[in-house]
Design a protein around this ligand. Structure first.
Ligand code: FCB
Length: 443
């Protein structure tokens, strides 16, 4: 039996735009995701977040489900576009109170990608002024809920926002420019730091990063260098700034090479970014196996598709989720141990999960959760200070550009009736969370 530390947080995660629906109710203003999802061709299957899981109305039922899957914490995000109206503010008041009544900790994310469209019209994350708008919004949330919410996540996955939203055009706001990508990275990190400066005493805060451990495809110096450079791009840029107060030199050089002078980084910015955080939020989905690709633009490397032999001992035939993501729990352990070694901060796993379409008897997800929790446990045994784990997601929901086809939930959602059904994985999660331990049997 693998026991977790006393007080370990067992959470489930969602985000506002992916579950709430009710996009034009109670004074909510449009966000960049409303605009993007309504642009033809952007979302697989043509879905939008207009209805999603209708959690804005069904929140009581969702709170019951959080309890039913044994969670001691619910990670949800506040929709920035709702905080302009007292009715929106009151919604999260009710949700937070209902969670607390059930003994469930509200773990709140401030920015899970739903930037008000009006701010995008003024340049969005390319405009430094947006950072101040975010700090004001954060302060409003702290004022409203800081008496009851202890742990706050400032920004969710700045790397993904820059990569998919500003360079590849696959997420809102749909830009395609490498200089914009890097500008957005910096401004999102600055936004994190500004929010941390506003955090009331007694609360704890941290950023959530999408982190992917890197492995070179071969021992060749080129592949080793590619893995190191890409690790700077994906991981170290978002960690060193926050926890060391300096961006990694090799990554700054890389960014200057591909995007010109980084004059949007101003004196004093790194001090703001490094405002002490109380924890690091980690979203872990997979690893990256890297090969040098000198002719590729803008970055001279490529990710080797799944199944290739790798220097971390992987062999052909790495299993995949239905989203084509490699399932590699051992690299989760590697990541957590490395974070402890290099940064030494308390870690909160804010997301980990997988797409499997089995509607209710989702054996593969049960296995996935088991294997990833075993990986977390192994990291804790090796000294990683992991304070909790949140499964992504409580509910099947709107998976951004991939629409509704990709199901991550431990609770099934019928998108016709919006009926929720706890999957086998939800029952399994409850068993593990209540025992605070991984026992032998699955379900
Ligand atoms: C993460 C996002 C989350 C969800 C999962 C699958 O990148 O933070 O909203 O889409 O991936």
């Amino acid at each position: 039996m693998k026991r977790f530390p006393d007080g370990f947080t067992w959470g489930v995660s969602t985000s506002a735009y992916q579950v709430e629906g009710a996009v034009d109710e109670d004074g909510r203003v449009p966000s960049i995701w409303d605009t993007f999802s309504h642009t033809p061709g952007k979302i697989e299957g043509g879905g939008t977040g207009d209805v999603a899981c209708e959690s804005y109305h069904r929140w009581r039922e969702d709170v019951d489900l959080v309890a039913e899957v044994g969670a001691s914490a619910y990670r949800f995000s506040i929709a920035w576009p709702r905080m302009h109206d007292a009715r929106g503010v009151a919604h999260y008041d009710r949700l937070i109170d209902a969670l607390l009544e059930r003994g469930i900790e509200p773990l709140v994310t401030l920015y899970h990608w739903d930037l008000p469209q009006a701010l995008e019209d003024e340049g969005g994350w390319l405009n430094r002024a947006t950072v101040e708008r975010f700090a004001e919004y954060a302060a409003r949330c702290f004022d409203a809920y800081g008496d009851r919410v202890r742990r706050w996540i400032t920004v969710n996955e700045p790397w993904i926002v820059g990569l998919l939203g500003y360079r590849l055009g696959l997420h809102a706001p749909g830009h395609e420019d490498v200089r914009q990508e890097i500008t957005a990275f910096h401004h999102l990190l600055l936004a994190h730091g500004r929010a941390m400066q506003e955090l009331p005493a007694g609360c704890e805060g941290g950023i959530t990063n999408a982190l992917m451990p890197h492995y070179p495809y071969s021992e060749s110096p080129e592949d080793v260098a590619a893995a190191r450079e890409s690790d700077g791009y994906v991981n170290r840029f978002f960690l060193d700034g926050v926890f060391k107060g300096a961006y990694p030199q090799d990554t700054l050089e890389l960014f200057e090479r591909v995007a010109g002078p980084l004059d949007f980084i101003r004196d004093g910015d790194l001090d703001v970014i490094a405002t002490p955080s109380q924890f690091l939020g980690v979203n872990y989905y997979s690893r990256r196996v890297m090969r040098a690709a000198p002719d590729r633009e803008p970055y001279p490397w490529e990710v080797v598709p799944g199944g290739a032999p790798t220097t971390d001992g992987g062999t052909a035939g790495v299993p995949m989720t239905e989203a084509g993501t490699e399932i590699t729990p051992a690299s989760f352990t590697d990541l957590l141990v490395r974070l402890q070694r290099d940064y030494g901060v308390p870690i909160l796993i804010t997301e980990n999960g997988a797409v499997f379409s089995e509607p209710v008897h989702d054996e593969q997800r049960v296995q996935y959760i088991h294997d990833h929790l075993a990986a977390v446990h192994a990291a804790i045994e090796q000294g990683a200070d992991v304070r909790g784990y949140c499964y992504w997601s409580l509910l099947d929901n709107f998976e951004w550009a991939l629409g509704y086809a990709q199901r991550f939930g431990i609770v099934h959602v019928d998108y016709e009736t919006l009926e929720r059904t706890v999957k086998d994985s939800g029952r399994y999660y409850a068993q593990v969370a209540r025992a605070n331990a991984l026992e032998g049997a699955l379900v």
